[in-house]
Design a protein around this ligand. Structure first.
Ligand SMILES: CC(C)(COP(=O)(O)OP(=O)(O)OC[C@H]1O[C@@H](n2cnc3c(N)ncnc32)[C@H](O)[C@@H]1OP(=O)(O)O)[C@@H](O)C(=O)NCCC(=O)NCCS
Length: 179
């Protein structure tokens, strides 16, 4: 149950974080179809725009149900410019427990400027303000150092006790609120 009603748009020092619209499907596809953003993704890049449309509908369903979800990200200094990434939290599951998944994927041309950590930190702040009693979790492949650094910079704690080594591949886990 969501106690807090978050805003559909939030701002950080450098970023506008807003609910994705159907107009963002092309950007969603471009970012998720890029081989560079899928180096650590066993599923590989998206190969067709219909996959992006499906992913958008999935994300939008979370927004409709809970009033928050993954954001489309643009730079404040280029507010009418392109979407540079997607980040945020949405409901998911980890080890038979309901959690909020922390997510981030940005276009390579903006990497290493601190944007992912800035957006992820905003998501963690939203969660910490009392969004839900469920824990927030980020899980990555063991070799995805950029993602792991981003989770730590966002304020999550490394939780080796929550790692998995099952048939879907090993996962390195970060969390807050998982007692
Ligand atoms: C993970 C990702 C979102 C990070 O984006 P970003 O905007 O470059 O991240 P930031 O600039 O905020 O940097 C966050 C931390 O990651 C580190 N980092 C970023 N790229 C790195 C790289 N190639 N190698 C090592 N560390 C890296 C940064 O140095 C920083 O940590 P530090 O300040 O402690 O050194 C980006 O690499 C990406 O989109 N990757 C593909 C998608 C993905 O793997 N998402 C996670 C799915 S689990």
């Amino acid at each position: 149950m969501t106690d807090l009603v978050p805003r559909a748009e939030r701002r950080t020092a450098r970023l506008i974080l807003r609910r994705p619209t159907p107009g963002d499907i092309d950007a969603l596809f471009a970012i998720h179809a890029d081989p560079a953003t899928n180096v650590f993704n066993a599923g590989g890049p998206m190969t067709g725009i219909e996959q992006a449309a499906r992913r958008f509908r999935d994300w939008d369903h979370q927004w409709q149900g809970h009033g928050f979800g993954y954001w489309a990200v643009v730079e404040i200094t280029d507010a009418d410019g392109p979407v540079i990434g997607f980040a945020g939290i949405r409901y998911g599951g980890w080890r038979q427990r309901t959690v909020l998944n922390l997510y981030y994927r940005f276009t390579p041309s903006v990497w290493c400027r601190g944007f992912a950590a800035e957006a992820a930190r905003e998501a963690v702040d939203l969660w910490a303000a009392g969004l839900t009693a469920d824990p927030i979790v980020a899980y990555t492949t063991p070799d995805n150092v950029p993602s792991q650094r981003t989770a730590l910079k966002a304020g999550l704690e490394r939780r080796p006790d929550l790692d998995t080594h099952d048939g879907t591949g090993p996962a390195t886990v970060f969390a807050l609120g998982w007692e």
